[in-house]
Write a protein that binds this ligand. Structure first.
Ligand code: PLP
Length: 423
């Protein structure tokens, strides 16, 4: 017997206390339309994936055209033009030094691939480097490997026996960043030199939209490079304009040894991911010794339809004024954030590019803060798709939002906090 009306088990959803799950029928630009007629403003880009807007006509057309030609083909030993062309363009637009593109189908998988590339590199170089350094409060996905390199806590406590050991570097913001850098330096200089350091550049997303400066990112890279600790940039969320530039690493002039991109890579329309790496990592696997093959694949690696969507996304970035749209959003945020900064009910008001975040002052903070579900229900009742991370409210809209809708988001957040905190 089912406890719920539907047999569907939703992600990150406690069904016992989730009142009603809206049935979404249609998406258009910034809006989602439910079967009951409700219109929602998608203020978090449907979990950080939609960049230009829902059902962006150019991307829809590219998908349609590709479905007429080739749906799917094995990618081991075969190739196709959408994957080849997308890879060439990715090498062009990403930091100079990321020379190879390995396709997969989700952000988590791209991180798993990155970790395997790093360990494979050292193994094939004949070095005994195995230790992975991670940053506190990080999130890299929900598979076993990505949970292992992410923050440990309520999310993964029952699965602890499956997770492998990593070394966590404390994350310190607001003037205490030097502590983070010193800890990283000590870890890199330890007698058993680490294999790699994995980091979300500039914004730790699921960890609570915690932000740090390009200078700190640059220092992290410098410290790793001094000991040749492979620098893995997880740009799964920060990529495709979210932080104001196409990729977050650009702001620090950092070239990662390995980088992961997904989410906005297709404009958010279809699942696709890539792990890109420096030539030396590919070269370490390049051998007549078949044991050095990179043993990784998933059935839908480089799916042609997803690649066609990714390719059209690249053309949109090249041909449309996406940068101007992003700058407009940044200006909208700044105009309204001034107000939030002077509102005593909020703290840690922050922004990086198109991402704005603010913490609602509560007695007990954290992901399970009671205020989170209350705010979520309030936003939903007001037709806003907003999903606070505990007591952290953040906005990460598609780039097509209007000034009026942005105002509505801020007005509703301010009203919501009055409602749920009684302030
Ligand atoms: C979302 C996210 C992932 C996981 O991506 P999925 O596509 O959900 O598997 C990995 N890293 C970061 C930084 C993310 O934000």
């Amino acid at each position: 017997m089912q406890r719920t009306a539907s047999p569907v088990w939703h992600p990150f959803t406690q069904h016992a206390i989730t009142p009603k799950i809206p049935m979404i029928e249609r998406g258009d630009g910034i809006y989602l339309y439910a079967a009951d007629g409700t219109r929602y403003i998608d203020a978090i880009s449907s979990w950080w994936v939609i960049t230009h807007g829902h059902c962006y006509p150019r991307i829809q057309a590219a998908i349609r055209a590709q479905t007429e030609k080739l749906d799917q083909v094995i990618f081991a030993g075969y190739t196709h033009e959408p994957a080849e062309e997308l890879a060439r363009r990715l090498v062009e637009v990403t930091p100079d030094g990321l020379d190879y593109v390995f396709y997969s189908d989700s952000g988590s998988t791209s991180v798993e691939v990155a970790l395997k590339m790093a360990l494979g590199y050292w193994a094939h170089c004949g070095a005994a480097r195995k230790r992975i350094l991670v940053l506190e409060n990080s999130y890299h996905g929900d598979t076993i490997g990505t949970m292992s390199v992410g923050e440990r806590g309520v999310f993964n406590q029952p699965y602890e026996p499956l997770l492998f050991d990593v070394q966590s570097i404390p994350f310190r913001a607001a003037g205490r960043e030097q502590d983070t850098l010193d800890a990283l330096e000590r870890a890199c200089n330890a007698p058993d030199t680490p294999a790699a350091f994995i980091v979300e550049p500039l914004v730790l997303g699921a960890g609570g939209m915690l932000m740090y400066s390009p200078e700190v990112l640059r220092e992290m890279k410098r410290i790793c490079a001094a000991k040749d600790v492979l620098f893995i940039a997880d740009e799964v969320m920060t990529g495709w304009g979210r932080t104001g530039t196409l990729f977050a690493c650009e702001q620090a002039g950092v070239v990662p040894d390995i980088a992961c991109y997904s989410k906005g890579i297709t404009g958010g329309a279809l699942p696709l991911a890539v792990t890109m790496c420096a030539a030396r990592i590919f070269d370490a696997h390049y051998s007549e010794d078949r044991r050095k093959t990179f043993f990784h694949s998933s059935s839908y690696t480089a799916n042609p339809v997803a690649c066609a969507a990714g390719l059209e996304n690249m053309r949109i970035w090249q041909e449309e004024p996406v940068g101007e749209r992003i700058a407009a959003i940044e200006a909208m945020h700044e105009r309204r954030l001034a107000e939030v900064r002077s509102d005593g009910r909020f703290e840690n008001v922050r922004r990086r590019g198109t991402i704005a975040a603010m913490d609602v002052k509560v007695d007990s903070a954290g992901y399970l803060a009671g205020v989170g579900p209350k705010m979520l229900a309030y936003f939903q009742s007001q037709g806003l798709l907003l999903r606070p991370l505990g007591n952290t409210v953040y906005l990460m809209t598609p780039y097509c939002i209007s000034e009026a809708d942005m105002d509505l988001l801020y007005d509703t957040i301010l009203a919501c906090v009055g409602e749920v905190t009684g302030g």
